[in-house]
Design a protein around this ligand. Structure first.
Ligand SMILES: [Zn+2]
Ligand SMILES: [Zn+2]
Ligand SMILES: [Zn+2]
Length: 120
């Protein structure tokens, strides 16, 4: 369980070591290397347990919601929710759903969303 984002709604797959973390800080705590950079990040929603990919270079407000269940997964850290069970994510394969919804508005600043995800 992530102690940095207590109510994290997603896990993120580190592009460098292909392991799942709740936030970049968790990666830093257990890894001996820098978190790799990527423009397409792989997330796993903890609500519907589906895996999806996001192009973080084109991240905008509607992209803060899970494409499968509309769970708002980019949130401010708040209260702990109590003990969590270990989750098994389904669909972490090559044919993951690619979120390709229409993007009617201008692309948001990559740096802003990356920092909200905890990247520096
Ligand atoms: Zn790594
Ligand atoms: Zn963490
Ligand atoms: Zn979901």
């Amino acid at each position: 369980m992530c102690k940095h984002i207590l109510n994290a709604q997603v896990s993120v797959r580190a592009p460098c070591c292909k392991k799942w973390f709740d936030c970049p800080q968790c990666h830093e705590d257990v890894s001996d290397h820098e978190l790799g950079k990527t423009t397409e990040m792989v997330f796993a929603c903890k609500k519907c347990k589906k895996v999806f990919r996001k192009d973080v270079g084109q991240f905008e407000e509607s992209d803060e919601y899970c494409p499968n269940c509309d769970n708002h997964f980019i949130i401010e850290a708040k209260e702990p929710e109590g003990p969590k069970m270990m989750l098994q994510f389904e669909g972490a394969t090559q044919d993951m759903l690619r979120d390709e919804r229409e993007r009617p508005r201008h692309q948001q600043q990559n740096a802003e969303i990356m920092s909200r995800l905890g990247f520096r």
